[in-house]
Design a protein around this ligand. Structure first.
Ligand SMILES: Nc1ncnc2c1ncn2[C@@H]1O[C@H](COP(=O)(O)OP(=O)(O)OP(=O)(O)O)[C@@H](O)[C@H]1O
Ligand SMILES: Cc1ncsc1CCO
Ligand SMILES: [Mg+2]
Length: 267
């Protein structure tokens, strides 16, 4: 695990360009800023080229798009590909809404996405597996999560983060399970969106190996959540987010090394 990526992220303060959703945009911006990246959001297609030019990574969130925004998502992804900026996709609720799945599949044909970050229901839908999704939540399914994540990664030639109680990170071959986290992360709406943007920040500083970037993002994010609940076992949803932002701000490499709980199950 390349723990030093955290220090590099803070030194480099990469600009992470996001098409976010209106529900969680503030959390995404503050999460990135607290960790040490520099967030910027965009809603205007005409500024795409200039925006991608100043960014070191791009994060595309499908949380609440309109038709106009699909064109923006497409242009931003294609421009990022041309400019060789890493692209992270968050396919919100593609397991629950067929129209969203169709849009996500279309976008994945038109651009190359380097990392897809979604919950089990979302990753299963993209991989073509049967699953009972529940809105934006993972829902229920019987499939093997490692197989689902690996197949999806192979299908789109990218890294996949399948998040949940155990996070699975894979490039289609290598597979790491990450156990750090807290169920409170799932209670806070937008944790997944925050993780996707944090993943883009790590991809900005590790462009040689997006699997490593994805592993470190996931480990850092889960560990910060876990630390909040360790320090404040009675913390509820209302006070979790501020404490979590504080942890993203404070987390150090040494603490990550001590807390890290993961296993590379395929190498
Ligand atoms: N039961 C759990 N125990 C520990 N950590 C969890 C649990 N469920 C989710 N997480 C963590 O929450 C973070 C977000 O993952 P999650 O799968 O909930 O995303 P999501 O479903 O896209 O969320 P959202 O749609 O609310 O943004 C990850 O860091 C993941 O490890
Ligand atoms: C609740 C919700 N609805 C669309 S996006 C979103 C936030 C989680 O992505
Ligand atoms: Mg989500």
């Amino acid at each position: 695990m390349e723990y030093e990526l955290l220090s590099q992220l803070r030194q480099q303060n990469p600009v992470v360009l996001n098409i976010s959703n209106f529900v969680t945009v503030q959390d995404v911006a503050n999460g990135l800023n607290a960790l040490g990246a520099s967030p910027i959001m965009s809603q205007e297609i005409k500024e795409t080229a200039a925006m991608v030019d100043i960014a070191q990574a791009v994060q595309l969130n499908l949380g609440a798009f309109t038709q106009t925004e699909v064109a923006h998502l497409r242009q931003m992804g294609i421009t990022a590909n041309q400019a060789q900026r890493p692209v992270v996709l968050d396919p919100v609720a593609v397991g629950a809404i067929a129209y969203r799945l169709q849009v996500a599949q279309q976008l994945l044909q038109e651009m190359h996405v380097n990392i897809i970050r979604g919950n089990a229901g979302e990753i299963a839908a993209l991989g073509g597996f049967a699953w009972q999704s529940q809105g934006i939540d993972a829902g229920q399914g019987a499939g093997d999560l490692i197989e689902i994540a690996q197949t999806t990664a192979q299908r789109f030639h990218c890294v996949v983060i399948l998040s949940g109680a155990t996070d699975i990170v894979t490039d289609g071959q290598r597979v790491t399970e990450i156990y750090n986290g807290t169920p409170m992360l799932a209670v806070h709406v937008g944790s997944g969106d925050m993780l996707s943007s944090v993943t883009a920040a790590f991809a900005a500083v590790q462009s040689e190996d997006y699997y490593e970037a994805a592993r470190m993002a996931t480990l850092t994010f889960g560990t910060c959540g876990q630390l909040v609940m360790q320090h404040q076992p009675d913390c509820g949803p209302g006070s979790f987010l501020p404490a979590f932002l504080d942890q993203l701000y404070q987390i150090q490499v040494e603490e990550l090394q001590q807390m890290a709980d993961f296993q590379e199950v395929r190498s």
